[in-house]
Ligand binder design. Structure first.
Ligand code: CU
Length: 162
């Protein structure tokens, strides 16, 4: 193949065209990746957290809604408000006793909601690093296998009616 400088498109123009095409391609790629990430169908609603004093424990409650056609798996929860943050479930130990245990992989089926509430699933905040004062709020992030990080804010109060 020979490039004729006398042709309609010079070598310099050709290079510019190739570069422009490359930039458009790369930008398009980044854009489509972002829109794919934003297509997550997981939302967190009605988040609240029990008021508690520094160095004690508390729990965050909320509703996870998965509007998507696929199930997703909650891998972990992060919050800077406590030394340790775990996904827990409350269960009947027998003899009218209730216990709590950690849940490692929590499946949220397609087109469903999963409620974290007292006596059921909750995000356990172990050894609070500060006071949780009613009316203020706490930031936390759910980490899903497919949807990735879902940050949310929980209001400090006594119920989700706030
Ligand atoms: Cu717990």
């Amino acid at each position: 193949m020979t490039l004729k400088t006398s042709g309609k498109i010079s070598e310099g123009t050709m290079k510019k065209l190739i570069l422009t095409a490359l930039i458009i391609f790369l930008c398009g790629n980044i854009f489509s990746q972002q829109t794919q990430k934003n297509q997550t169908q997981i939302t967190v609603k009605k988040a609240w957290v029990r008021p508690a004093a520094k160095n004690s424990n508390s729990a965050i409650y909320f509703i996870i809604e998965n509007k998507g056609p696929k199930e997703d798996i909650l891998l972990s929860v992060v919050s800077e408000v406590a030394e340790l943050v775990e996904v827990h479930e409350t269960y009947k130990k027998g003899n009218d006793l209730m216990g709590m245990r950690e849940v490692n992989l929590l499946h949220v089926p397609a087109k469903s909601t999963l409620e974290f509430k007292p006596g059921s699933y909750h995000v356990m905040l172990i050894n609070l690093l500060k006071d949780l004062t009613t009316g203020l709020s706490v930031n936390a992030t759910l980490n899903f296998k497919n949807a990735g990080k879902i940050p949310f804010r929980a209001v400090i109060g006594d119920s989700q009616e706030m």
